[in-house]
Design a protein around this ligand. Sequence first.
Ligand code: PLP
Length: 261
Amino acid sequence: MQRSQTVCACTIAGSDPTGGAGIQADLSTFAAMGVWGLSVITALTAQTPERVDSTWVQPAPIVATQLKVLLEEFHIGAFKTGMLGDGSVIDTITDLLPEGVPLVVDPVLVSSSGHRLLAEEAIELLKERLLPRATVITPNLPETEVLSGLSPLCSDDEVIRAGKVLLDLGAAAVIIKGGHRAGARATDLLITASTVIPLSSFRRPYPVHGTGCCFSAALTALLARGYPLPTAAQEAKCLISRAVSTEPVGRSGMRMVDPLQ
Ligand code: PLP
């Protein structure tokens, strides 16, 4: 019998009941990229597109069991991590993630509205244990400042220097997202030991909930499908530029990324 050729990717992240970020956004992005989506839920949240109300990090053994059972059944082409909540979840998944499979680490620290999504005391553990395992990490500018210890980051040279600090932590590549930087265009920088590749798009005049999650999920799906990192990064950037809800969803009027439109 012919074996299935379905490509699987797995997201290890928090639930966002709005569908705009977290696990729910990752799964719609995987579907949009033609990849079967597997998920391990690290935390429940209660939120609107504008505001995180509450979070409940799952006990590490529950996270571990979700991942172990998937690993027994599926051939997983790539993993991504998003909101991890606390240090015990970081320890658990780092112990279980298989070597040699692409890993995208979106180092989610704080939501755009200012709610902490990773305990402050877990940041060192993230740097010591998970970042060295990453094929690529996808911090935004505030996350880059916290993780590199370099702040404020204004010029391209400063951002590239911070990227090199993150490479020194052991990640194979870094994409520093440009959404928080000034300028008419939002330019991300893909930084490896030997190259710096700018990924540019126009800047939207309104905030959009969930762009970071969808970008890292698209990247994960494309790596699972075997694309080289620079091509995967360009394609993921194109998807995010296109995929914004045509109309505001919900009462607050906030825009969300809609990779399936
Ligand atoms: N909720 C979850 C579960 C997330 O993973 C994230 C971001 O990664 C957010 C909320 C916050 O999203 P945003 O900063 O786009 O509002």
